[in-house]
Structure formats: C-alpha cells, structure tokens
Design a binder for this molecule. Structure first.
Ligand SMILES: Cc1cc2nc3c(=O)[nH]c(=O)nc-3n(C[C@H](O)[C@H](O)[C@H](O)COP(=O)(O)OP(=O)(O)OC[C@H]3O[C@@H](n4cnc5c(N)ncnc54)[C@H](O)[C@@H]3O)c2cc1C
Length: 484
C-alpha cells in the first residue's frame, strides 16, 4: 500500500503507551494512527509480558498447593501435576481474549487506524512503513509519539552470542521443556520465570552477577527471596563474575534448543563451571530505539539508547514525544500508560503534567510476593547520614500466624524529622496488593502516625504495615492482637 494520510497524532509502536495515548487523544476528539509490528498489537504486556507470566504463575501456584500446604488436617491423595502444554494453551487463549477486548476492539472504538509493519520517522512527524503489510504508507501527524518499547537484552559475556538461549518471549513457544535450566539474571523476570519453571518440574539454577538477587531493591528483600527460593529447591548463586558460556554435552532433555550449556564463572575467587540442559537469559531489557529514524528528525538518545525526553515527555524535536519502555526505567506497563497519557495532555493541551517516579510501586509476583515503593534504607542513609527504619517480620503478624503463612517482612522508612513515610519494602503474601496503601502514603506524604491512626481490618496482612509504623513508637513485642 502506498498512500499518505494526515492525522492529529501518529504513533510508532502499538503497546501500553500507544493505547493510553489514543485513549487520551480520543477524549480530545483527535484523529490517531499507529504503526506496529514485531509483537502483535498490544505489545509486550499482553502478548509476552505481564499477562502470560502472571497467568502461568497462578497456574503453578495451584500446582504447588500440596507442597506448600501448612495444615496437617488437609491431605492430598496424590501430588498434583501441571501439564505445561495445557498451561500454554490456556495462556494463549487468555492472551487472545485480552488482545481482542483490550486492544483490537479499543482501537476500533477510538477509530484509530492501525498500520501493520516496521515504521521509521522520515521527516519531522511523518512515519513511513518500510516493511510489512502496509509497506509504503506515509502517515503524518501534527505531533508524533515514539512508543516502540523494549526488547530482552543479553549482557556481553564471551560465547553467549554463539549459544541458543530462551528469553521471556521465546519460552512461551516451548512446549517441551528441558530437565534443567540455568537462569541468567536475578531481577523480577528471572525470579518469576525461575519459579514458574521450577514448579513445572524443571531443575532451575539462578545465576546472578550482583551479590544478591533483586539488587535494585532494598537489601532485605533479595535475602528473604533467596532464602524462600532455596527452601523451595531453587539453587541461587550470587556474586558471579561470568567468564564464558559455551554449549556442552547434556545429561538429558533440551532437544528443543541445544544439547546443553555450560557457564564458566568465578564466585568468591573460585572458578566454577555450572552446567544445565538449557540457558534462559533474563538480564533486563534494551530500548527499541535503533533504526527508527530518530536521528533523521532530530530526536536525541541517551548513552544507554533510551530516547531523551524532558519531564513532559517531549523529545529534542518539539513535535515529537516519547513514552514507555523506550524512554527507560521503570519499565512497567502502568508507567508506560501514564507516560503515553501525559504525552498527549502535554502535546495537545500544554498541561505540563509529569510523573512522580518516587511513588511508583515495583512488584515481583512470585510466592511469596515482593513489593516496594520509595526510598530504601541505603538510599536514605546515603542522603541523610542517618536511618529511620523499622522492620516487622511476617511471623509476628496475627493474620500470618493464623493462616500459617509467615514468610516475609515489611520495612518502613520514614523521614527522620517529619515522620513522613518515604519508603516501604516488603516480602510476603499479598504484598502486591498491600503496596497500594504504602504507595498512597509516599505519594501524599502520610506520616507513620497517620497510618497508626487508621483502623486496619483484623486480621489482615495489611496490619503488617501498621505494625511496622507502630514499631517507631513502641515495643511491638508487647502488643495485643489488635495491634494498638
Ligand atoms: C516477562 C515480562 C513480564 C512483565 N510483567 C509486568 C508486570 O507484571 N507489570 C508491569 O507493570 N509491567 C510488566 N512488564 C513490563 C511491561 O510489559 C512493559 O513495561 C510495557 O509493556 C511497555 O509498554 P510500551 O508501550 O512501552 O512498549 P511495548 O508494549 O513493548 O509496545 C511496543 C510495540 O511497538 C512495536 N515496535 C517496536 N519498534 C517498532 C517499529 N519500528 N515499527 C513498528 N512497531 C514497532 C513492538 O513490537 C511492540 O509491539 C513485563 C515485561 C516482561 C518482558
């Protein structure tokens, strides 16, 4: 197709940021078009990210119910099993439904034209489709939005380019899993996928370069998760100085990608060779910013390849905005969406809206769950030279004791003078939902006394946050059940 069309807003990419942008644009009666390829419409989150991983985590959590059951009174006649191929079928069905209802139908509703193919900015706010079904189309907007997302990134380790490995995208196509997998990385994708694979029977070893997993989060969280993973039977090796990766003869399985892999590493000064049937690289993401014409239209990138934007998501070309993973951390679905929304508000309404990134929660959906918002103890110490932090162990929380689910902790960091809560970090059951109370506290500047003065339902895990706040004011070892 070779044609030229004009719109108010043209978008390069068709994921979370793009869809939030067309939603806001439609409120303003603006005409929109997007160009998408690579992943199907909807981008990472729905197709290969949040939706499949959270679905599969829930599947394997149910499969692990017998092993995790803490009650003597409950007996399982036999150990449940999870059929991986069936689990993938269920995931695909769910993804297709989500994609249709939340993306395809939504674009139709907002009368957004979708162009299929690889797009490049060729002249200010004009995108040309250079490859794919709509090759040759030129679309021009009053404004353009770059929302091309990110892709899995592999670190520069000798030999890695020469071996086959899974990523969070390719594993979703693997119906015949190997017996063992070496998981490179220790962030949230490595842990979520490590637990999924372990719980369907794969022997998983997590190999992390830093001295703890979840190295970007409060230190206690990584240590707690390493303990939980090891207790479950997942080996975790931290402090790796990776030297080389190469194919090796395997003990069994892994016909799908290769016959085995060996990672040569140095841990604590000792050289080790760790082998497995297959490798999974979950070491982060890189922005999709190359080969999309940024330099042609005067859009600058940062050293790490992310698109350079100001706090209003405007690039160095005033008519071109950017949002989502392509502008960098935190690479999260809701953040990408908020950025896409704000980019349109700023581009067409001159509203000057930005995001308070300190109040963005981060979650790992493993069991136990991990969630955090705001400043860590280390960051606070570095900035103020003092720490005002309290930690409560889940085993001291009445609900956790009552339901025999006591893994985890909650740490609250407050301002040492104003008592405002500046950070909350937790591991434990329901942490992903509990973090919202903490997020509001950080966002609106609630103090620990505001939380203490708020009646929490009893018995709930959310009382752990209140209990951690109480710990600033009193000895919590002599508290009755109601945490007053
Ligand atoms: C395994 C995994 C689990 C995740 N889980 C969560 C979670 O639980 N919660 C959460 O908040 N976030 C999660 N995320 C992150 C979340 O998916 C992303 O932050 C979000 O999808 C980014 O949205 P985006 O619009 O920036 O990019 P994307 O959703 O990636 O969309 C970009 C689209 O543009 C296309 N594209 C790229 N270049 C071009 C081009 N030149 N021409 C045409 N099309 C192009 C891409 O193929 C893609 O379809 C997860 C990510 C992964 C990988």
């Amino acid at each position: 197709m070779t044609h030229t069309s004009d719109y108010d807003l043209v978008i390069l990419g068709g994921g979370a940021a793009a869809f939030a942008a067309i939603t806001e644009a439609s409120r303003r009666d603006l005409s929109t078009a997007m160009v998408n390829t690579g992943l199907p419409i909807g981008g990472t989150c729905v197709n290969v990210g949040c939706v499949p991983s959270k679905h599969l985590l829930a599947v394997v959590e149910n499969g692990a119910a017998a092993a995790e059951n803490p009650f003597d009174a409950v007996r399982y006649p036999e150990e449940p099993t999870v059929d991986w191929a069936d689990a993938l079928d269920g995931t695909n069905e769910l993804v297709e439904r989500f994609r249709q209802e939340n993306y395809v139908d939504v674009a139709e509703h907002f009368e957004t034209d979708i162009y299929e193919g690889y797009g490049q900015l060729v002249d200010d706010t004009t995108i040309e489709v250079v490859d794919g079904a709509d090759e040759g189309a030129h679309i021009t907007g009053e404004k353009a939005l770059v929302a091309t997302g990110s892709s899995p990134w592999a670190p520069p380790i000798d030999g890695l380019d020469d071996v086959d490995y899974y990523t969070s995208e390719t594993i979703l196509e693997e119906r015949d899993l190997p017996e063992s997998i070496l998981m490179l990385g220790g962030g949230y994708i490595a842990l979520e996928w490590g637990q999924i694979l372990h719980r369907v029977g794969v022997d998983v070893t997590v190999l992390q370069r830093s001295d703890r997993i979840l190295s970007d989060m409060e230190g206690q969280l990584g240590r707690e998760m390493q303990r939980a993973f090891e207790e479950e039977g997942i080996e975790v090796v931290t402090g790796n100085d990776f030297r080389r990766v190469h194919a090796s003869a395997a003990d069994g399985g892994a016909e799908a990608i290769q016959s085995g892999v060996a990672v040569e590493t140095t841990v604590d000064g000792t050289e080790r060779t760790i082998t497995g049937d297959a490798l999974f690289v979950a070491t982060g993401v890189q922005p999709n910013s190359e080969g999309i014409g940024l330099e042609t239209v005067g859009v600058e990138t940062n050293d790490d390849g992310t698109v350079h934007v100001d706090e209003h998501f405007q690039t160095t070309n005033p008519d071109v905005y950017a949002a989502g993973d392509v502008i960098g951390e935190p690479e999260l679905e809701t953040v990408a969406a908020k950025e896409g929304n704000h980019a349109v508000k700023n581009a067409f309404g001159n509203e000057g809206v930005s995001i308070d990134y300190d109040a963005v929660p981060a979650v790992v959906f493993t069991s136990p769950e991990v969630a955090a918002v705001g400043t860590t103890e280390r960051e606070y110490m570095d900035e103020h030279g003092t720490c005002s932090c309290r930690t409560v162990q889940m085993e001291d929380v009445p609900r956790a004791k009552a339901v025999k689910n006591t893994d985890g902790l909650v740490q609250v960091v407050k301002h040492h003078e104003t008592d405002e809560i500046v950070g909350v970090h937790m591991v434990g059951p329901r942490a992903a939902d509990m973090i919202m109370e903490a997020t509001l506290a950080v966002k609106v500047g609630l103090t620990v006394d505001d939380i203490i003065d708020t009646v929490h339902p009893f018995p709930t895990f959310s009382e752990a946050i209140k209990q951690a706040c109480q710990a600033f004011r009193r000895d919590t070892s002599t508290m009755s059940c109601c945490i007053e």
